[in-house]
Design a protein. Structure first.
Length: 267
């Protein structure tokens, strides 16, 4: 399994999860031409995609999904609430998902789970294949137990670390927006992300990408300091933590099994 972070934040989100020839574009929140170039950098085109997976309908996650899906006949896997907001002309392209069920897409199992966010039926996802397990949860106000259980025993966890409370409350956002961001249907703080990882105890993810960092109310330094402090305190200082970039493809992760499989090619 391989995962790329193409873009992450309120200016647009886009990731790619690939396993044994099944390629899922997770989020579609950057302009169409940029996603084409980002995919090209990973050696893929739109026609190689097995599907588009959307967590929710906010524009920073869904902006190009309708056009891309209809132009290249790529199905969209999302909740009914998300699909309804997209208003696809060809409803056969929409593949409705329900939280708690498991769906087989090519070589991957897709397990959606409900997250608390101010949108209709927002989801997070766990991806499993013969070569790896990854989970993504961004845009959530807090981490309920049905979400937390998917953070355990994964090889890679992509989790939101949206804001530092001090930067948010002393920053320039209007009061209502500060309330929205920090509310139970808003976004996850650095400390909340750290506590959620620490709660995995003896079954933590092997690697973590902190994602959807606010450009106004956070920085990679703040996020890493807070999360690493919590993990060290919890005896999980060995967990590898990185931060995603807002607009650049900076992170690529390959599962250990996939790396082993690649080895004979170079022997
Ligand atoms: Zn978002
Ligand atoms: Zn959102």
């Amino acid at each position: 399994m391989q995962v790329w972070s193409f873009a992450s934040g309120s200016d647009g989100n886009c990731y790619l999860v690939e396993s044994e020839g099944t390629s899922l574009l997770v989020e579609c929140g950057r302009p169409y031409s940029q996603i084409r170039d980002l995919l090209d950098g990973a050696g893929l085109s739109f026609d190689d995609l097995s599907g588009i997976v959307l967590t929710h309908a906010h524009g920073d996650h869904s902006r190009s999904a309708r056009y891309l899906s209809q132009t290249h006949r790529v199905p969209i896997y999302a909740s009914r609430g998300t699909l309804g907001a997209l208003a696809l002309e060809d409803i056969a392209l929409g593949k409705p998902l329900e939280s708690g069920k498991t769906y087989v897409v090519g070589q991957m199992d897709l397990r959606p789970f409900a997250v608390p966010h101010d949108c209709r039926e927002p989801l997070g996802f766990r991806f499993e294949s013969g070569s790896g397990r990854a989970a993504i949860a961004t845009d959530l106000g807090w981490v309920p137990s049905n979400v937390a259980k998917h953070f355990r025993d994964v090889d890679l966890l992509i989790v939101e670390a949206n804001y530092d409370p001090h930067l948010l409350h002393t920053g320039t956002y209007p009061y209502f927006l500060k309330q929205r961001v920090s509310g139970t249907y808003g976004h996850l703080s650095n400390a909340a992300a750290g506590e959620a990882i620490a709660a995995c105890r003896d079954r933590p993810p092997s690697a973590v990408w902190l994602a959807h960092l606010s450009e106004h109310n956070n920085s990679p330094k703040h996020a890493l300091q807070t999360v690493n402090r919590i993990l060290r305190r919890s005896g999980l200082g060995h967990v590898q933590i990185k931060t995603t970039h807002h607009r650049r493809s900076t992170l690529r992760w390959t599962s250990a099994v996939a790396r082993e499989r690649q080895l004979p090619l170079f022997a």
